[in-house]
Design a protein around this ligand. Structure first.
Ligand SMILES: O=C(CO)[C@H](O)[C@H](O)COP(=O)(O)O
Length: 231
C-alpha cells in the first residue's frame, strides 16, 4: 500500500490531537507519518508531551522536536495513535509486525483512547492472514514454542511458531524474542489470547482486543473513521 494512504490516515488522526494532551506514540511506517505530522504541528506551536512505544519512535520523535516523557513519569495518557497489521470490524487488531507489541499494548492501555491509523489493505473480515506475533522470554525458548503449539492445537490450529530472525533472533526493546504464528483465521480472538497468556514464557501477543476506540482507514476513495461494530 502506498505511503500516501498511510500519510492520509495519519493526518486524519492528527485532527484528534489538542494542545495539552499526553500522547502515546505508536511504531511502524504509518506511525512515522503521524510523528512527522505531529512534529510539524509542534513546531507550529502545538503543546503536547509524547510517550513513545519504541526506541525507534523515540529517536524519530526527538528529531522532530517532540517533547517526550517515559510512561513511568507520565502514566496516564489522553490518546494513543498507532498503526496495525490487521483490524476487523470490532477494531480487534493484530499488531507487532514491527516488533513493538508489548510497549504498544502497555501504552495504549494506559491511554483514555486509542486511535488506529492504517491503509485499507489492513482491514479484514476475519483476523489471521497476518501471522500473529507472540513475545516470549529468551529462557526456555523450545519449551515455550512447544507449549504454544500445544495450546493452539487444543483450539484446532496446527501452527508452527517461527522464531523471528531465525538463527539471529530478533530482540525486542524489552530484550525478548518473538514467535510468529500463521493461524489463517482467528474466529475467537479471546480464546486464542487466553490460551497464550496461560503459558509462563509468553510475555504477550499481538492481539489487541477491546483496546482501540476508533480507526482512520485510508483507501482510494478517502479516509473512513471507524468505531467498533457491536456484537
Ligand atoms: O504493530 C506495529 C509495530 O509493532 C505496527 O503498528 C504495525 O506493524 C503496522 O506497521 P506499518 O504501519 O509499518 O504497516
Amino acid at each position: 500500500m502506498s505511503e500516501d494512504l498511510k500519510r492520509l490516515a495519519a493526518e486524519a488522526a492528527l485532527g484528534e490531537v489538542q494542545s495539552g494532551m499526553r500522547l502515546g506514540i505508536g511504531t511502524g511506517s504509518t506511525a512515522e507519518h503521524f510523528v512527522r505530522g505531529l512534529g510539524a504541528r509542534v513546531r507550529g506551536g502545538l503543546d503536547v508531551v509524547g510517550v513513545p512505544t519504541s526506541e525507534r519512535t523515540a529517536a524519530l520523535a526527538r528529531e522532530e522536536g517532540i517533547r517526550l516523557e517515559t510512561l513511568e513519569n507520565c502514566p496516564e495518557l489522553d490518546l494513543t495513535v498507532d498503526g496495525a497489521d490487521e483490524l476487523d470490524a470490532r477494531l480487534t487488531l493484530i499488531k507487532g509486525g514491527g516488533g513493538a507489541l508489548l510497549r504498544e499494548k502497555i501504552v495504549a492501555t494506559a491511554s483514555t483512547r486509542m486511535v488506529v491509523i492504517a491503509d485499507a489493505g489492513k482491514r479484514v473480515s476475519c483476523l489471521g492472514a497476518f501471522a500473529l506475533p507472540i513475545e516470549v522470554v529468551p529462557f526456555g525458548l523450545r519449551a515455550t514454542r512447544h507449549s504454544i503449539e500445544s495450546a493452539l492445537a487444543a483450539l484446532g490450529y496446527s501452527a508452527v511458531p517461527a522464531l523471528r530472525g531465525g538463527t539471529e533472533p530478533f530482540v525486542t526493546d524489552g530484550q525478548h524474542h518473538i514467535f510468529d504464528v500463521e493461524l489463517g483465521q482467528i474466529h475467537d480472538p479471546v480464546a486464542v489470547s487466553e490460551a497464550l497468556l496461560r503459558i509462563p514464557g509468553v510475555v504477550d501477543h499481538g492481539l489487541f482486543i477491546g483496546i482501540a476506540d476508533a480507526a482512520y482507514v485510508a483507501g482510494p476513495d478517502g479516509v473512513d473513521r471507524l468505531t467498533p461494530a457491536a456484537g
